[in-house]
Design a protein around this ligand. Structure first.
Ligand code: G3H
Length: 543
């Protein structure tokens, strides 16, 4: 990797435009905040500096990462207190939140969503500074999350309408409703710190579970403007938001055996550590979104302009830091050189800059030493015969100019490992069966993108691959949305399915109240319903 100052231009502190700056009043405003038992508290113990991927150029020509705030490094006692608050609020399902009527929970969520809308600009700016997400992408992450919450509210109404009906079968009357599971530990990732935390937290909460949310290491500040609204919209202990070192904070929670559901988006390595810590694994439900090595396949008759455009977006949106990113491109030998030269030109044309600059696609990276990690993957491929086909693999400070690496072969790390960053590895294939073989041997099974027009070839690949991945994208990049579509994976890529409606199932279990349909039982049930004494046995529904 070449160090090259020209790959990025970092601003001086006084050059940040007003529309992007974190207000001076906000410096320190969010430091050390966390939410436990209905109170937003400021942690008096150790804090961790939040280093922005954005650097400032100093007067002496040096560059330094901007410190945008400090997060709480809670200790084990504080973590246990958060868990105790959630366990207390659950109270074996008898707590105020789990036993409340669906209408009341929906009202609380609607109120929270309204309050959340009011914090849009604060959250968007924190996303830009903490993780280097462009303004456009940060706004889209925020808006998509608000929409997801709204859609979830509507989906719950639908579930509620269906469950309001009594069922009659084989001489039995039954009422079946989805009921909560208990205490849910939600852990989102740094690349979508808000969206991917809330796409588990919101459905888990709305179904009546109580929550401890451990925030990701990067992106935690972006949650801070929402803590007050959480404290004011939900009963004490229903949602707790903590921060700190995973081993100190999460380890004791998992080994207590009091977590009923682990909702974790991150690596399979960490997911395995966490689930093994639970003393009664049969009592733990896990909902995970993990690594992926989604390939794109460019068939000989593909529309190359389209394939290049989608592969560039698919591989490099948010600098490739998406689980759904295209992480390896297979291109047919007959068009490989042409494709790689077009791809390289398109990658080299991408504009780099600060997250707030219009038209910028490439931005600095939040993970420490990420440039060196990426360069090591490229070095490994180059040592085994590949070349950097574009003007990439050059870095400065926290910025890495994307590398198109070609041809990548099975002996190279880039063929198998998830790079989670701005590298586009390209492999050559001759026969579609090689793609099938790649997926068979891969540890992952999330998605694939196919580019081509030949009906027979696409049909063959769809059937060969559909039982190895969970989404096949034809002539478009891999992606999670629309959020009404199931989002999941096979092997080490996921457990459980997330979509607006699937998530409601993941965070609940069906409970049934049943009796033989005798006259006296019917009268009893009717009396309970008419008296509106039970939240469960009820024909009320929400329109
Ligand atoms: O990192 C994984 C995200 O869920 C990807 O979502 O495809 O909408 O970027 P996306």
């Amino acid at each position: 990797m070449e160090t090259d100052r020209s790959v990025i231009s970092f601003p001086k502190a006084n050059e940040v435009p007003e529309g992007a700056a974190l207000a001076v009043a906000e410096h320190g405003k969010w430091d050390g905040l966390y939410l436990v038992d209905g109170e937003v508290r400021r942690w008096e113990g150790a804090l961790e500096d939040v280093r922005s991927p954005v650097c400032f150029a100093t007067a002496d020509g040096a560059t330094e990462q901007v410190i945008v705030g400090r997060t709480a490094k809670l200790d084990e006692t504080a973590a246990r207190a958060a868990l105790a608050a959630a366990v207390g609020a659950w109270d074996h399902g008898r707590g105020a939140w789990p036993s409340s009527r669906v209408a009341d929970r929906l009202a609380a969520l609607s109120k929270f969503n309204e309050r959340m809308r009011g914090e849009r600009e604060s959250v968007v700016r924190l996303l830009m500074w903490e993780i280097g997400k462009t303004r456009k992408d940060a706004e889209s992450e925020f808006d998509r999350t608000v929409q997801y919450t709204q859609d979830t509210i509507e989906a719950v109404k639908e579930v509620d309408r269906t469950s309001a009906r009594f069922q009659l079968a084989e001489g039995f009357i039954g009422q079946i409703r989805r009921s909560p599971l208990g205490v849910v530990l939600c852990m989102g990732p740094f690349n979508y710190p808000l969206n991917e935390t809330y796409t588990t937290l919101i459905p888990a909460l709305i179904m009546g579970n109580t929550i401890v949310s451990k925030l990701p290491r990067f992106g935690a500040l972006s949650h801070m403007p929402l803590l007050r609204a959480m404290a004011e919209c939900f009963p004490r202990g229903a949602v707790n938001v903590v921060n700190g070192d995973g081993a100190t904070v999460v380890g004791p929670m998992m080994s207590s055996g009091q977590i009923d559901v682990l909702a974790f988006i991150g690596t399979s390595r960490v997911a395995n550590i966490l689930t093994r810590q639970h003393p009664k694994p049969n009592r733990l439900r896990t909902v995970t979104g993990l690594e992926a090595k989604n390939p794109a396949v460019v068939l000989p008759d593909a529309d190359l302009d389209l394939a290049v455009r989608e592969c560039v977006n698919g591989a490099l949106s948010f600098n490739g830091q998406r689980c759904t990113a295209i992480k390896l491109v297979f291109v047919h030998r007959s068009i490989a050189d042409d494709f790689v030269s077009r791809l390289s030109a398109a990658v080299d044309a991408l504009r780099a800059g600060m997250p707030w600059e219009p038209g910028v696609t490439l931005t600095p990276l939040p993970e420490p030493n990420k440039c060196a990690t990426l360069a090591a993957l490229v070095d490994d491929a180059v040592a085994k015969g590949a070349k950097v086909a574009n003007r990439g693999d050059r870095s400065f400070a926290t910025f890495y100019r994307p590398a198109v690496v070609y041809p990548v072969t099975p002996s190279m790390r880039l063929y198998h490992e998830e790079q989670f960053g701005p590298i586009v590895p390209v492999a050559v294939y001759d026969d579609e069966r090689e793609i099938d073989a790649f997926m068979r041997e891969s540890n992952y099974g999330q998605q694939i993108a196919l580019f081509g027009r030949d009906r027979d070839r696409i049909a063959f690949l769809v059937d060969a691959l559909v039982n190895q991945v969970c989404r096949i994208n034809i002539n478009s990049q891999c992606r999670r949305g629309p959020d009404s579509f199931p989002f999941t994976g096979r092997k080490d890529s996921a457990e459980g399915t997330l979509s607006v409606t699937d998530a409601l199932r993941q965070f609940s279990i069906r409970s049934v109240v049943a009796c033989q349909a005798t006259e006296s039982n019917k009268q009893l049930v009717q009396d309970i319903v008419a008296s509106r004494k039970s939240a469960f046995l009820s024909t009320d529904f929400i329109l």
